[in-house]
Design a protein around this ligand. Sequence first.
Ligand SMILES: [Zn+2]
Length: 237
Amino acid sequence: MTRINGFIGRRNFLKFAGTGSLAIAATAIGGRLIGNIQQTAIADVHPANPNPVNPTQALKLLLDGNQRFSQYKRQHPHQSLARLQLVAKAQYPFAAILGCADSRVPAEIIFDQGLGDLFVVRVAGNVASDMAIGSLEYTTAVLGTQMIVVLGHTKCGAVAAAVKNEPLPGKIRDIAASIKPALIHSNSSDFVIANIKYQAQELQKNSQILAKLQQAGKLKIVSACYDIDTGKVNLVN
Ligand SMILES: [Zn+2]
């Protein structure tokens, strides 16, 4: 089996992608990312990951890092010139984050991580848009990341805008529209939590690649909420 980052081969990537138009789309994504060398096996571009990190280990690394951050004991790992030169050769992010674009929630800082550690997708309201899903499919199916954290946060302006339900200008209304179903279908009064859970469900519902990786035990998706006031990340059940 051809292996990519020690996790999944190109053939298996297409298998996870399914058949028909989705498989073609997945091939196109790979082609764009590696340019004119699409005919070269992706394995040649991304050598096997010598140290794959499973979901349990990944979650511990994240929570330990957040504990250091919230207790003002950051270690600033993996930010040296040597690390930069190492990850220039290949990236093996041990976790992916679907987080809000809010300036107060920068993933590498609040989890005390460095270069090449996290594959971060940020959009207002941590909305599981098609582009966000595509990015997460890439890091899981091609780079071998086995953990996705859907990370919302307290005092989220995007969620507040959706709750207010007032007319919004431009594309901002699209963000709110992507959050509103979470509020309608939730019986929780905590709208931030409702949105985190909803976006995590959307990830699984709208991606065959992610769903199949989960079924194969190669991916875990967890929901979490960052507290703007304390700096702590709490898991959401
Ligand atoms: Zn937010």
